[in-house]
Every structure is written in C-alpha cells, then in structure tokens.
Design a protein around this ligand. Structure first.
Ligand code: H2U
Ligand code: ZN
Length: 362
C-alpha cells in the first residue's frame, strides 16, 4: 500500500506510491514548453479503452471513474506501511532488516504512516478539445455539481482534495479536459498547515481568517480580478506564482455542499470569466494547477475554515516563458518580480467575455 514518510528537518510528509510509475504518460517529456500531448489522450474519451483494458461508456456529460493508478489505496487489515509481500518494513528487496535504518518503528528519523484513501478521475465532458473556459455555462455547471456530489459522497474520508492539472507544462498527463479527486484517511500536510493557521486566527479574532481577509481586500480592490454577487477571484497579497488567483465566496461557507443554488449558478459564470481572462492574457490555453480547499471532515467544529480555491499558473511573461521555482527559491525562500497588484491589473485588462479563439467568429 501507499505510505507517507516524514522529513524530520522540515516536518513535511511525503506520499510514496511506487505503483503509480507505470501510469500512461502523454504529457511533457522534456524541459520544452510544448503544449502537445501524445495519443494517450484518447484514454479518457467516450468509448475509449483505458490502459487497464476497461472501456469508457459513451458518456455525454461528466464521467467519473476510479483512477487506474491510485496513489492512495485503502489499507488492508494487517498490512504494514510500505511493506511488499515477503519483505520487512523499510528494507530494500534482498536487504537484511537488521542493517537497514528505519526498521525500528520508534525511530524518530524514519517515521512513516499509512497513506490510505482513494483516487478518482473526472472527465469534464465528452469533448477532448473543450477546456473549461470554452465550455458552455450549463456544462461548467455539470462539472461543479459533480465536484459537490463527489465531495459529499467521499466525506467518510478525512479529507477530499479536488484538483485540476491543466496543460502539459504543469505535468498533466492527458489532454482530454479532466480533474482528479483524491480522498484520504489522513489530513494532507498543506491542509494541516492551513487548518492550524485558520484555527489560530479564529481563536484570536473570533472571525475566520479568509472572511476577514476578503473584507479588507474589498476596501480597495487593487488585487481583485473578478467580482460577482457571490464570488471574488483575486491575486492574493502573498501570491507566489505570477498570476496566482484565490477564489473566495462572499459569505462564510465551509464545504462545497453548503453552497446555495444561486452561488453554484454564479460560480459557473464567474469561473468562465476569470478563466477566459487567463487564456486571453498570453493567447494560449493557460496552464495551471488548481484545487478546492474545503474544511476537513473532522468531528470537531470547522467555523475557522473558509471554503476557497487556489489557482497556481506557472507562466511568467509569455505563453512559453515560465517561472521556475528553483535555486534560492527551492533552497531558501520564494521570491517574485511582478507585484500581485500589477498581475491583477494585467488580468483585469484582459477580456473576460470573448475568448481569443472566438474573436472573429460571428
Ligand atoms: P493528470 O493528467 O492530472 O496526470 O491525470 C490523469 C489521471 O488519469 C492520472 O492520475 C489516470 C492517471 O493515473 N488514468 C487512468 O486512471 N487510466 C488511464 O487509462 C489513463 C490515465
Ligand atoms: Zn488553501
């Protein structure tokens, strides 16, 4: 089964799932910035045979299936974390347990935990060429309703992470528009960080951190890119990626399933607008990794948590020049040149209604 190992220098936990290495790769294969994908893209189309032989139905809307190469798998009773059949925990095949560090369960430098859970893939629509900003409102709405349904259905897991890798540049392995849903029996590392910071703020100020943050941002709006009655998309003050966005509801909501019908409808048109701006910025299908951050499914009170989504796009100056998190940033601390305020202005200057590919179409 999958395990997670702790880095004792930083406290960070890393999921180790070696069985994923054999998944099909149609994404980027070199350091080039090409947007091309190979023909494994067809694995996700209606009626296509996937890499494990299952045949997709002739779906006409969204289509969800269990990931054939799930990084997270439910624990089998009696199984030790990181153990292959016939092996002792923590040993390389053929290595004697007594010589291998990490075989004593109590060793604080070699901590591991099971990484239980399940992974799903959701195709957005039957159309391989339509990314979210090019889809019709009602089809974007189907994707949102499916996010809500899955988050609710998988709530027996401690945390449900919905995310989309868009574009080969961010490691997307397949060009058919899709997202993934990984639900885990543990609280992922970044979620536990956000959880404790929101808890700390709430106990000090008696108001959720991101609710208060939005209230303050709305006083001057210089980082606000898209605004509707129910949603705001802004470049956060602390943004790391050049054109990073934070999407927030205008009222306090902890989970996707608590959104009202008006909020859901409005989300589909708001999303279409800021995603059209993204594509128009460099006149390309703007790559990003995005994900929803809902409150964890803990028994304890989650009033401190505000529902939000992060968009992390890697592009810096043009459709081919990306920001690399490397060097000082990889070893010491992140740095940015373009200010969050300038990035917001540049996105605001882009057309939110007409996609660059449809400019001259009557
Ligand atoms: P990414 O493009 O974000 O890598 O997601 C594609 C996922 O689809 C990936 O996790 C899964 C991969 O394991 N997949 C299948 O489950 N079956 C297939 O036949 C192709 C890809
Ligand atoms: Zn977050």
């Amino acid at each position: 089964m999958a395990t997670q190992r702790r880095n004792p220098l930083t406290g960070e936990w890393i999921i180790v799932s070696p069985h994923r290495i054999s998944r099909p790769w149609g994404g980027e294969k070199s350091s080039s910035t090409g947007q091309g994908f190979t023909k494994v893209s067809s694995y996700l189309s209606p009626g296509a045979a996937r890499s494990n032989g299952s045949v997709n139905p002739l779906y006409t809307s969204t289509f969800v299936f269990p990931n054939d190469f799930s990084a997270l798998v439910q624990a089998t009773p009696g199984e030790e974390p990181g153990t292959e059949p016939g092996e002792e925990p923590g040993t390389e095949p053929g290595e004697k347990a007594s010589t291998c560090p990490g075989t004593e369960p109590e060793d604080e430098l070699f901590q591991s935990e099971p990484a239980g859970g399940e992974c799903h893939v959701m195709c957005f629509s039957p159309h391989s060429h339509l990314s979210l900003p090019l889809m019709r409102h009602e089809d974007i709405l189907s994707v949102i309703r499916e996010w809500i349904r899955l988050s609710d259905q998988l709530k027996y897991n401690l945390y449900v992470q919905i995310f989309e890798n868009k574009g080969a540049m961010v490691g997307c392995s397949n060009s058919h528009p899709h997202c993934q849903i990984w639900s885990s029996s543990f609280l992922p590392y970044l979620i536990s960080l956000e959880d404790s910071h929101q808890r700390e703020y709430f106990s000090k100020h008696n108001s959720p951190l991101l609710v208060k943050y939005l209230e303050k941002e709305m006083r001057c709006k210089k980082r606000v890119v898209e605004e509707s009655e129910y949603w705001v998309a802004l470049v956060p003050y602390w943004a790391k990626w050049p054109f990073e966005l934070l999407l927030l509801p205008t009222r306090h909501v902890t989970k996707l399933r608590d959104l009202t019908e008006e909020e859901v409808l409005d989300l589909s048109s708001t999303m279409k607008r800021y995603l059209t701006r993204y594509d128009n910025l460099f006149e390309c299908s703007f790559p990003y990794s995005m994900g929803w951050h809902e409150a964890p499914n803990t028994a304890s009170d989650c009033s401190h948590w505000q529902l939000h989504a992060h968009y992390y796009p890697p592009l810096l100056r043009t459709a081919t020049v990306k920001k690399h998190i490397a060097g000082y940033e990889m070893l010491a601390q992140c740095q940015r040149d373009l200010t969050a305020e300038d990035a917001a202005q540049r996105l605001k200057d882009c057309d939110a209604l007409v996609h660059f590919t449809q400019r001259n179409i009557d």
